[in-house]
Structures are given as C-alpha cells and as structure tokens.
Ligand binder design. Sequence first.
Ligand SMILES: [Zn+2]
Length: 137
Amino acid sequence: MTDINHKVTDIEKENTTWWYIPPEVGAIHELPQGQPNTRHDLPWQAFAVVGDKHDPDTWKLPHHTRGINKAIKGKIGIEHTVDWERMPAAVAALSPGGHQGHRVEASEGEIISAARHLANHYRKADKSLPDALAVLI
Ligand SMILES: [Zn+2]
C-alpha cells in the first residue's frame, strides 16, 4: 500500500484506512432533483473537513453514522449520530503525527475548525477531550 500508483483492489478497499479515501474508491452520487451529493452514502454534515459543500472530493474525516440523515431531517439529535468508533482515528488524522502516519490534507484553518467541531462532540457527550485535540483548539 506504499505505492501511490498501485491500483486498489476490492479487498484493499475494505482495509484502507477509513478516512483516507482514494478518488477511485469514493462512491460519489449525484442525486436527482437538487438533493445534496453524498460520499459513502454520507452527506457533507458527516465530515469534519468540508472544503466545498458541493464537491464531495473535499469532504474528509467522516465521523457520523448514516443516522445523520435522520438528524438532518430533525428526527433525532445529531449528537446521537456521532460514530465514536471512528472518532479516535479522526482525531489522530488531525494531529501533526497523523493517523498511522497520514495527516489529513487540509489547510491549517480547516484543521483547527475540524478540531473544534470534534471537540464539541466530546464536550456534548461529556467525554474527556483527547490531548491531540486539546492542543489544536
Ligand atoms: Zn460532527
């Protein structure tokens, strides 16, 4: 997986670090009738880094479950849709050391606002803030 030009196989797709989504893997659907695009069946609200709401390629660090679609419709609270299993990797990806050596590609400003976004979830869930986030915000 170190060869950047390596063609990604289906098995490797499953094993790919979840937040690193090579362009050829990202399932991007243009929905009819002006509905928002999705990436991995998630709307932009599920991502901590959103460069452009209309360009799913710029969405990074998904950390909500698909339940977020219900939250957007106001049926459940958004904090109930936080995917806590993904959270530690999202936090690590923002830190200078990165997640498994990969830091998310984002501007310094995007990283800080993503860190604040994730920190808010920790606060609202009454969870203690990871050091990696605390130093960024
Ligand atoms: Zn969030």
